[in-house]
Design a protein around this ligand. Structure first.
Ligand SMILES: Cc1cc2nc3c(=O)[nH]c(=O)nc-3n(C[C@H](O)[C@H](O)[C@H](O)COP(=O)(O)O)c2cc1C
Length: 192
């Protein structure tokens, strides 16, 4: 039996995101970000395909991404509210890590398992950032699902996509606790 790690359990039982719009500088430096990325890359990955990579989006790039989100939304004929939503996470962001799902050809490993692994990387990075004392939030937003945005903003290839945008910064206000699921009601024990 592995030895217990009560600090890790306490963290996992109390962890919660900090809304991206409440995050401020300072943001992690490259040195501070390195162990967070290391922790995120230590994620279950069937077949060791590494079906993911990271792009660190720094403040000077945020305006360009916001402009591309707006151009995409105009091309799609979206309403003003959606245009503003598409821009806002980049206009307001100070540092975000885009977790990029990179689908690898495999006879053995289904594409869906690679997608699950990329999602797990997002949570691992979020948790590592929170555990290190940063405020962090996993966002998507419609641009992260838009092929033209992925291509024009981040240069993604057709076999790549944004799994999540993990905003990391300094917490200003702690959010109220979010209602959590009643675990008993979503758990079934299969005994025979
Ligand atoms: C895939 C995914 C995408 C999300 N995208 C957004 C988003 O675009 N905007 C938003 O306000 N919350 C979004 N959320 C929810 C936030 O991450 C939210 O803060 C979170 O569910 C609270 O999580 P916590 O359990 O860490 O407190 C997303 C969550 C996931 C899993």
């Amino acid at each position: 039996m592995p030895s217990a790690n009560p600090a890790a359990m306490d963290f996992l039982l109390s962890r919660r995101s900090r809304p991206a719009k409440t995050l401020r500088p300072p943001v992690p430096s490259a040195t501070q970000l390195a162990p967070l990325l290391q922790a995120a890359a230590r994620t279950p990955d069937h077949g060791k395909l590494e079906p993911w990579r990271f792009m660190v989006i720094e403040k000077p790039a945020m305006g360009r991404l916001a402009d591309i989100a707006e151009a995409c939304s105009r091309a799609l004929g979206l309403e003003q509210e959606q245009i503003a939503k598409g821009r806002s996470q980049f206009d307001q962001g100070h540092l975000a890590v885009a977790v990029i799902e990179v689908q690898k050809r495999s006879e053995k490993i289904p594409a869906l398992e690679q997608t699950y692994s990329a999602g797990a990387v997002c949570l691992a990075l979020l948790n590592a950032a929170l555990a290190a004392g940063w405020g962090a939030n996993w966002l998507s937003g419609w641009p992260s699902h838009d092929r033209i945005f992925m291509q024009d903003a981040l240069g993604l290839e057709p076999h790549e996509r944004i799994a999540g945008l993990i905003h990391i910064g300094t917490e200003t206000t702690a959010p109220p606790e979010r209602p959590r699921p009643d675990v008993d009601s979503i758990t079934t024990w299969v005994s025979r």
